[in-house]
Design a protein around this ligand. Sequence first.
Ligand code: 13P
Length: 259
Amino acid sequence: MAEERTPIISGNWKMHKNHFEAIQAVQKLHYRLGEEEQEGVVVTVHPPFTDLRSVQTLIESDRMHIVLGAQNCFYENEGAFTGEVSPAMLAKLDVAYVILGHSERRQDFGETDEMVNRKVKAVLAHQMIPILCCGETLEEREAGQAESKVDTQIRAGLAGLKASQVAGLVIAYEPIWAIGTGRTATSEDAQAMCAHIRSIIADAASADAAAAVRIQYGGSVKPGNIAELMRMPDIDGALVGGASLEPDEFAAIVQFRQH
Ligand code: 13P
């Protein structure tokens, strides 16, 4: 059924590039991708918050087919929350996709499943699409706990959502041991977990939601391994870190059908 889901390839820049560098990178990416839409592939970029306004202006003025995303947001709309950015603020910048519950947020900034769930709901309430991240550590995988860890993260992250809301989400499966390590999951292992995620969604939401939800793989995705990953029936896209910082490399990933 993968044909029915629009592939989505997202660049998570993490804490890289100031707003000048961001403009250059997006211009170069646009040039590399060309004017045309990418054969039905949705391309999103997720710069740091300080770059969003500059990138938004560029995308709109040049009518690029690149979609703006953010890397995180808070779940309240406004208030005494020093240092936080609200979903309403992101929506005002025409942000369309928000990465939530990335393993770096969970590990380094103490985000819990409950916080991630509140963020998912807040982002949906502002008509943006969450990219809900999940994934196991190496220890958990070696202990045979990868599936149960992902199960817990997905069920908690989606708690209280309607099946119709779940259908529109993007889930990113990012095994933590594959992030920034150059060590990609085999396409078979990635496929197995993405199929497992779809079965969890069928159980937690509905069969229709499971068939519609888009699932990305993330973790050392490169031009050389994207095509094989995208051939897997339950993998609908990729969440790319390091390789998304270099426009040539990211464009080659987006154009995976050409290699
Ligand atoms: P790398 O592609 O650098 O492994 O990062 C993956 C990631 O964490 C994307 O969110």
